[in-house]
Design a protein around this ligand. Sequence first.
Ligand code: SAH
Length: 402
Amino acid sequence: MSESIEYPALYLKRGEDARLRAGHLWVFSNEVDVARSPLSAFEPGQACAIVDHRDKPLGVGYVNPASLICARLVSRGIEHALDRSLFVHRFKVALALRERLFEEPWYRLAFGESDGLPGLTVDRFGDVLVAQATTAGMERLKGEIEAALTKVFKPRQLWWKNDASIRSLENLPEYADLAVGEPLNEPLIVREAGLEFECNPVSGQKTGWFYDQRGNRDQLARLVKGKRVLDMFSYLGGWGLRAARDGASEVVCVDSSPAAVDAITRNAQRNGLQDRVRSVRADAFDCLKALREQRERFDVVILDPPAFVKRRKDLAEGRIAYRRLNELGMQVLERDGILITFSCSHHLPRTMLLEGVQQAARHLDRQAQMLVSLQQGPDHPVHPAIAETEYLKGFILRVLPA
Ligand code: SAH
């Protein structure tokens, strides 16, 4: 008898096992047979066996009675407990994919549900790991996760960057701390495509770097030689510095965060690109309007904003914001220019982003041609049964006079 059978059962109502059997990993609170297994009997994050109405166990997971997604399935079958050895196995499987994809150990090592680790992401920066738990279940398993990461990677440092706003849905506090290793007096370095960027796992955005855009940035090489490039929402200059390295004549990076803008200057120097890269601290919408008034024009405009649609109910408003942003972007684009535009809002369908771009183009009496469709990189795999895992959508477009 394995230890996991000891976990208390969370019983599903009749028929509510179908979505899980089809591959999904979430249980919503209205799907639980609360007469048999009252949610209030569980502690936040407590491990459970998820069981169908005929008493057949689907697998092992964890509960949060306070959350709309009240349970997540971590392991099918009931042979495996939620412990260090399960995490070791998951991390090794995740690592095998990344080692196939990348030459150097800089990538998203684990992407939640898609890597069989609901509620957990881990980014790797060489021998430094930055983990983020977004559910009470993963928060409770922190000790097992730390032990597993230490066993597989022997990291110099392991950080918890547990400050995502979605943690509030699980009643979790926001904090960042160092779980393994000593504090360092030097910045954390990201290596990407032969460039080095300094970032900060504690004060930076998300876990410090946007690995999801790496493959998309590879597209720049054939588009920017001798061109003027505008990198809007630049953060640490991931797009802008790549463009400069790939032969752009001039790059302007814009971000509203003073820390990001300072880091771009240092990152440009670090890579010997300071003569071609300028960084500006400004609100993107204000800055685009000012550039338009000054009749500034760029050959390539990159728009990589934060999510405008954080909740489904913000969709109508967010959709308008994407359209406005793209219209402003086109107004500073040369007559025959390239627009590279993104949305990382998983609630905003891909077609809606493209529709917004097309409406903006028509409004300005311009013609758009979609050249390339972009998505998050393969170290952020999409789980085909879980739509939320596909969040980044983007396009490379040529924008001409009508
Ligand atoms: N392009 C970046 C990631 C961008 S993340 C990369 O590839 O790494 C979004 C960035 O937008 C953050 O750095 C944030 O500081 C900035 N930001 C958020 N709101 C903004 C606004 N209104 N104007 C300008 N920048 C903004």
